[in-house]
Structure formats: structure tokens, C-alpha cells
Design a protein around this ligand. Sequence first.
Ligand code: SF4
Length: 401
Amino acid sequence: GQCSQVCPVGAITARTEVVDVLRHLDTKRKVVVCSTAPAIRVALAEEFSTEADFDFTGKMVAGLRKLGFDYIFDTNFSADLTIMEEGTELIDRLNNGGKFPMFTSCCPGWINMVEKSYPELSDNLSSCKSPQQMIGAVIKSYFAKKLGLSTEDIIHVSIMPCTAKKGEARRPEFVQKGKDGKDYPDIDYVITTRELLTLLKLKKINPAELPDDKFDSPLGIGSSAGNLFGVTGGVMEAAIRTAQVITGVENPIPLGELKAIRGLDGIKAANVPLKTKDGKEVSVRAAVVSGGANIQKFLEKIKNKELEFDFIEMMMCPGGCINGGGQPKSADPEIVAKKMQRMYTMDDQAKLRLCHENPEIIDVYKNFLGEPNSHLAHELLHTHYNDRSKTIQDMGLHEKK
Ligand code: SF4
């Protein structure tokens, strides 16, 4: 994955980050919150338990609570939010004409690749921030307001399977103004799954021995479609589920039946019906690609017009985030397939399987954001991309301020 390119310097920053996080948890001078990506719970499940269909989410939350976090939120919530924003963007491009193919934007490894090697594709990227940055922006605005706090009063630790997420969090655009008019980052620290395991070990916490706990509210409910963001094809599957319902497709693909974009193949594709505003059903050509080499090969074919697609999900790590550079190392050659199967099983067993049915998502629009792609949603949840093909200084390695 992306990791091998960023590890040498990343490792040094990471050590200080773990120390800083420990200090915040111990001193509690600020409200310390965390959010956890889908891939973390399945990695911990593999580390601590052996039952193949065992959902470890409640134990993970219990472990984080014991570590001392004041609030524990679910990045699956903001994966659902991403689908609301990105699905609306896709439907808008279909109805009103916009750049196609449209590419997903939640993988910073992929975003770095576009900015450095394919800047001509910038307008094809969805303008949506990643789930990490969306929940960061919402915590430091919506949630801060609920507590009567300002952005600088909260320390937000994002727990990710990914080393590239550290660089993403440090992008200068992902900040909000504090009371003093200065910029404060939406995400204060990113720690990887491996670093979380280090913290748990240091504090002698074994989550498997703790009773299940629940995420805090709001921002603690996530659909199993959002959870699928952790595997290649999951963002696409979640987006199609919601877009089919929202546009009113007559016979939407039944849940779990979009098998063509499941599994570990590097390049997958499916045609899916969506409805335009004039009531016509159109066939959207969807593709899902994971792994840097596959992405390069695939983009060559797109450029040569050998392949044509409308909506494309890109993930830098083969298999998606379950196989991210920050995940625990395993000697088991089947580990990625096992984590993937665990996610599909979690989806099969879940009650909430559609992003737009998440009650906290409904609330955040009703009470705060208005509608998907509203002015405030654009301000907080969308971003822009830069052409970095001519600069070498920005490799995601710059020092923290
Ligand atoms: Fe990070 Fe996931 Fe992208 Fe890998 S696929 S670089 S883990 S966001």
C-alpha cells in the first residue's frame, strides 16, 4: 500500500503522536475524543478473538473508554455522511451535467497520486472530504457547539488503518477558527491500529475481557453500508444502495446482491440503474479498483478510451483499508480475505444497512446542515485539490506545527 512510501519519517512522527495522545488522556486538560474507522474493529477482532462472525465493535469501544477517551465516535457515521454528500453530487452531475467519470475521494493515497501524477483528473474527483475529515469538521463544529465549547477545547484523535491519513489530517485546509481567530486542525492526531494496540498494551487493557460498550451520541451510529468503506468496493456498494432508493429506481439491486464488486479482485465492474430527474432510468457504469499498480494500469486504459466508466472507486491498498499500512502485521496469508468476510457478515447481520436511514444522519441534516450539498455542508464537508505535479516538497511528510 501507500505505507512503504511514507513510513521512514512517519514512524518518527508516529512515536511522538502516541506520546502526545497518552499525555492528553492522562492530563485531561481538554476534552479528548476519538473516532474509529471501519477497518479497526475487524483488525482488533482478528487480534483478540477467533470466532469468525464475532462483531468486536462493543469490545473495541470498551477498550477505548478504559484508555480514557471522554467521547468515542464512529467514523462509520461520517461514512454515511459521505454517501449523502457524494451520492447527491453524483446524482447532480447526472442530472445537470458534470465531469465524468466521477472518482471517489476518501483514500488519501489516491488523492496524493492524482495531485502528483494525474492533476488533469482533479475535476473528476468528488469534492467530498474523506470520512475522517468529515467527522473531524463535524466534531469541531456541531458537537463542540452542543458542549458549549470552541474548536481548540477539544482534542480529536482519529484511529485509522492508514499511514497516509496522518498526512491528510495535516493539510492546511482542514482547520477551523478558534475563539482567538487562529486556525486549529479538525483532527489533532491520527494513530494507526498498530499504535492503538501499543496504547492498549501499555495500559494493560485487553478489550476482549471487557463488557460491550456503545459509541457516544450523536455521531456514534453508523450503518453497515458505511462499515463496508473498509473493504474495496464498499464505498461503491454503499453509494449505489442509497442512490437507487433516493432516485426511485423501480427494482433496486437487493442488499448484498451486488456481488460483482465484492471480493479481492484488483479491478471490478458493474452496471447499475439509477433514475434521472426526468424519470428516465440510466445505466451507470461503475468500476472499483484497489492497489496502486492496478490503479495505474486502469487509468492508462481510461486515457486510451479502451475502458469507459461513469463512477469509479479507487483505493490505494490492495483489498482496501482492511489491508492498510497501519494495520497489524499478520503471518496468516488469508488475513485480508478473513477481514473482508467479517465485514460482509457484519453487513448481513446488521439492522441498519442504508446510510440515509441512519437516524443520526437524519438529525444532523435537520438540526444543523440543512440538506446534502447545502451551503454549510459545502463549507464543512467538501474540499478542493491542488496540482502538485511540479512540487516535490509536499510528500505528506511536512513537520507538524
Ligand atoms: Fe489508507 Fe485505506 Fe487508502 Fe490504504 S486504501 S491508503 S488504508 S485510505
